[in-house]
Write a protein that binds this ligand. Structure first.
Ligand code: PXG
Ligand code: PLP
Length: 440
């Protein structure tokens, strides 16, 4: 296997059953294009494009070269009170890509940091506008907004919250999630049923009073919880209610940005424009950690009112706008343009929808959902052993089928490359069916 099992002990792996993993580790030693190379010498097809990160494929030569050049030229530049060109150019390019009116961009190092940054920006923005009483933050059940305290608090995945205290941030409430098997099972794309669930925001407005609510944060398509596309009309309704009550709307686009739904941002795909967009992952094609928070001009302008020599936002990371990350992101944006990757992703949607829904009538499958190049297959849990079938699928695909998939409990998730070959998508679901037939 190439690594002594004693060496495996010290690394406390993220979101992983450490003891189980270390008994039979699934180790990756290389990656190129659409394949991982495993430690036992196999080429395994990556059906999750990293962790929703690497839509252009692994080790894209242009991005690799940009990183190599940058690290040998300017490895780091002081980020507070000093700057370097690439961070400015990147912010400028992102504002070109973003919906109109988003000309300001704050850099972070991950999706979790982007979310916590966005939450701090909305609180400080209201305060700067003389509405400091707006402190209540509204998330959604089954939402995933990363693992830092802010994102965990507005998040709605109970296993990610339960071990960390029940109060978390003091003023948080949650909208109901939109998952409903009875009405929406096996929907293709956006479900017909469920727009009315956005009206639950009116209930929270009545409860907390709209004037106390700072922001609503949602993923335009919920990803991590197992791909829940928004019901038709749902996001529009959320936007309307936020507007009626002066509430800022944050779209957490850590997964959905950069072509995942066939457009630069899901906001554009759905025609619903929030006030803040959080990103990470696809910003650098996963090559170097980086996130960005894009804000509407009015939000930024609210901060630019006091004396010009004063710091406007007391927030930032040592590595905000890191030169190597910025170089990776600039190269990534260039490749997205050169390869017309977002249009390619949009083209692929139909084939992806077809092949993933070929599992609709499998006896172990209780739902199949898709939007853009995001897909989920929900397996009926084994009685008394929820999550076991999902985990077995992941392991058997890895060891027996040279296929890397992701499972969240019994929901298998798929995040194809933006430039996937259609026959590889077909192959992926043929293998899934074969393995599903074999497990108990
Ligand atoms: N917001 C959203 C919407 C995300 O999907 C984060 C914030 C946090 O980003 P970082 O970079 O701090 O991890 C995410 C991350 C999965 C999976 O299997 C999803 C994420 C991360 C890892 C696995 O669905 N989403
Ligand atoms: N903890 C300590 C002691 C620090 O000095 C710093 C940054 O200077 C941080 C945490 C935050 O680190 P970062 O800016 O990388 O988020």
């Amino acid at each position: 296997m190439g690594i002594d099992s004693a060496v495996l002990e010290s690394y406390w792996m993220p979101f992983t059953a450490n003891r189980d993993f270390k008994k039979h580790p699934r180790m990756i030693v290389g990656a190129r294009d659409h394949y991982y190379q495993t430690a036992d010498g196999r080429q395994a097809y990556d059906a999750f494009s990293g962790l929703w990160t690497s839509g252009l494929g692994h080790c894209h030569p242009k991005i690799v070269e940009a990183v190599q050049q940058q690290v040998a030229t300017l490895d780091f530049a002081m980020s507070f009170q000093a700057g370097h060109e690439k961070a400015f150019r990147l912010a400028d390019e992102l504002s070109e890509l973003a919906p109109e009116g988003f000309t300001r961009c704050f850099f972070t190092n991950s999706g979790s940091e982007s979310v916590d940054t966005a939450l701090k920006i909305v609180l400080a923005c209201h305060r700067a506008r003389g509405e400091g009483q707006r402190t209540c933050l509204i998330g959604r059940e089954r939402g995933y907004h990363g693992v830092n305290f802010g994102g965990m608090s507005v998040g709605g995945m109970s296993p990610n919250r339960k071990a960390f205290g029940s109060s978390l941030l003091p003023a948080v409430d949650h909208l109901p999630h939109t998952h409903n098997l009875e009405h929406n099972a096996f929907s293709k794309g956006q479900p017909q049923w469920g727009a009315h669930l956005a009206d639950e925001l009116e209930r929270l407005v009545a409860l907390h009073d709209g004037s106390n609510i700072a922001a609503v944060i949602v993923e335009p398509v919920a990803g991590s919880t197992g791909v829940l596309p928004p019901p038709l009309g749902y996001l529009q309704r959320l936007r309307e209610i936020c507007d009626q009550h002066g509430i800022l709307l944050i779209f957490d686009e850590v997964i959905t940005a950069f072509g995942r739904v066939g457009a630069p941002f899901a906001a554009q795909r759905f025609g619903v424009i929030p006030d803040i967009i959080t990103t990470a992952k696809g910003l650098t094609n996963g090559v170097i950690p980086m996130g960005a928070v894009l804000v509407r001009d009015e939000v930024y302008d609210s901060f630019m009112q006091g004396p010009g020599q004063m710091i406007e936002l007391f927030h930032g990371y040592t590595y905000s706008g890191h030169p190597v990350a910025a170089a990776a992101a600039l190269a990534t944006l260039e490749v997205y343009r050169e390869e017309d990757a977002f249009a390619q992703a949009r083209e692929l949607e139909r084939h992806f929808e077809q092949v993933i829904h070929s599992l609709d009538d499998h006896p172990k499958v209780i739902d199949v959902r898709n939007f853009g190049l995001m897909g989920a297959v929900e397996i009926a849990p084994r009685p008394g052993a929820a999550g076991m079938r999902g985990m077995e699928m992941h392991k058997k695909c890895f060891w027996d089928e040279d296929l890397v998939i992701r499972n969240g409990m019994d929901v298998l998730q798929f995040s194809p490359f933006l430039n996937s070959r259609p026959e590889d998508l077909t192959m992926t679901f043929e293998k899934i069916k074969k393995v599903m037939d074999r497990i108990d």
